[in-house]
Ligand binder design. Structure first.
Ligand code: MG
Length: 388
């Protein structure tokens, strides 16, 4: 059993949307295919991966360091001790050879892309959906058959008015979502207040609307927004300030009546631990959003979950960023609190398969071996077009 080839391509994530910090018109993602000599129904088993939105394709790191190290390894060094499957934990050691700790940069994204493809392979070779493999291996056989998802949208579009924003949110409810998230901080406080009120007219329940500032605010602006958001009793206030400004986060957390959510831009267990140590986060109220595809993959994410438990946090307090199927399987197999979803944006990478229905805000993970990319026809077409 061995890896024959690892292909990788940068792909554009063409999108005219923006949040409070960036626009996505130049955003790219790395896509990979790990081609093996394992055959199923006469065809080679291939594991696919990509990084979720918000970080550019780390093509140089993949091409210069991560993939050459894997391809230079002895075949058996990438396998379980029994030699019956690939071993993402061993692969992680090899990918990170000669890399200093800290300063994760885009390296964690490159490793995360490969880690996703390796877990796709592992589950395909076991012949099971990934969430079942994860439940068996890491969660005492327990799984969630359904995962709570929410629709992330409400970006700032060029020329968009309140009616379009309301129409967008209505379309999510029509698709079966019950909970939505919108951007704030990309307009004046008064305009954002009007946007929040417009969305609440559509959504109804205040606890079904979360707002996301994408790390935009300094302390004074954060406090001003916090007071307004508290008036509405919303679900959470996300990424208030710079993701690494733990003092600011702790300060806002102490004055906010609204739950705080953050973590999508923390890329290692150690960074996540610093948030819990110094960020003032409340394990009975707040939400953690670490994205396994951006932060060294599932191997690291398992360490992060262990760390969370040691700091008194339930895995149910974790709702990963990214809106991808990898995190959906992790949420189901490790019984997290739910998963993000981008019904409208970041296609074809976001979303969960052509025929997978959302009912009452809940979704069942794909029931085919692996992560289930094969059930998403536009994504598979894109992989083919890219030459994966
Ligand atoms: Mg966010």
């Amino acid at each position: 059993m061995k890896i024959k080839e690892i292909r990788h391509r940068a792909a554009p994530l063409q999108s005219s949307i923006r949040n409070a910090m960036i626009d996505f018109s130049q955003m790219t993602v790395s896509t990979v295919a790990i081609i093996t000599d394992v055959l199923r129904e006469g065809k080679p088993v291939i594991g696919y991966g990509f990084n979720s939105n918000g970080r550019y394709a780390p093509e140089g790191i993949l091409a210069d360091r991560i993939i050459p190290r894997l391809m230079a390894a002895k075949a058996e060094d990438l396998l379980t001790d029994e030699g019956d499957n690939f071993d993402p934990f061993k692969a992680r050691q090899i990918m990170m050879k000669n890399e200093k700790p800290g300063g994760h940069g885009e390296r964690s994204v490159a490793v995360g892309v490969i880690d996703m493809a390796l877990w796709d392979l592992v589950a395909k070779i076991e012949g099971k959906p990934l969430y079942r493999v994860l439940g068996e291996r890491f969660n005492g056989g327990r799984i969630d058959e359904k995962v709570a998802i929410y629709a992330a949208g409400g970006y700032y579009y060029p020329g968009q008015g309140l009616q379009q924003l309301k129409d967008e949110m209505k379309s999510y409810l029509d698709q079966g979502y019950t909970s939505v998230k919108m951007k704030i901080g990309g307009a004046s406080l008064e305009e954002d207040r009007r946007r929040i009120e417009a969305v609440l007219e559509v959504v109804g329940r205040r606890e079904d609307l979360a707002v996301d500032a994408n790390g935009r605010f300094g302390l004074h602006e954060a406090i001003a927004y916090s007071e307004v958001i508290d008036e509405y009793g919303l679900r959470w206030f996300e990424e208030v300030g710079d993701p690494l400004d733990f003092l600011l986060n702790a300060t806002i957390s102490s004055v906010s009546q609204t739950p705080i959510a953050t973590g999508e831009n923390l890329f290692s267990m150690v960074d996540a631990r610093n948030l819990l140590r110094y960020g003032g986060m409340n394990p009975n109220r707040d939400w953690l959003q670490f994205d396994p595809a951006l932060s060294y993959g599932l191997v690291e994410f398992l360490q992060t979950l262990e760390m969370m438990k040691n700091y008194g946090w339930s895995p149910r307090r974790c709702i990963p960023h990214g809106g991808h199927q990898f995190a959906l399987h992790i949420a189901a197999g490790l019984q997290l609190g739910g998963n993000e979803s981008y019904p409208l944006v970041f296609q074809p990478y976001g979303g969960f398969g052509d025929t997978i229905a959302i009912e009452n805000g809940l979704i069942t993970p794909p029931q085919v071996p692996g992560i289930g990319f094969e059930l998403k026809s536009e994504l598979m077409k894109t992989f083919v077009t890219l030459g994966l």
